[in-house]
Ligand binder design. Structure first.
Ligand SMILES: [Zn+2]
Length: 71
């Protein structure tokens, strides 16, 4: 199973190893679910496709792109 789950509707990416109640993973419709296997994939989607880390479970990748570029 993939560690990360992107919501194609909200363009948020969740870290399932750190899932929080607020993530409401169960509410994500099957057609909006996109599993991502690696952090490399996650960063690619954040950089190139306007995705964002979930503020609850993945705050280190939330909004602040500069932090990623300087990683
Ligand atoms: Zn989350």
């Amino acid at each position: 199973m993939a560690r990360y789950l992107a919501n194609k509707n909200t363009k948020e990416i969740h870290d399932l190893n750190n899932e929080q109640e607020n993530c409401q993973i169960n509410e994500i419709k099957p057609e909006h679910r996109m599993p991502l296997d690696s952090l490399g994939e996650v960063i690619k989607y954040i950089r190139n496709y306007g995705y964002n880390g979930c503020i609850w479970c993945f705050p280190q990748y939330h909004t602040d792109l500069k932090r990623i570029y300087h990683h």
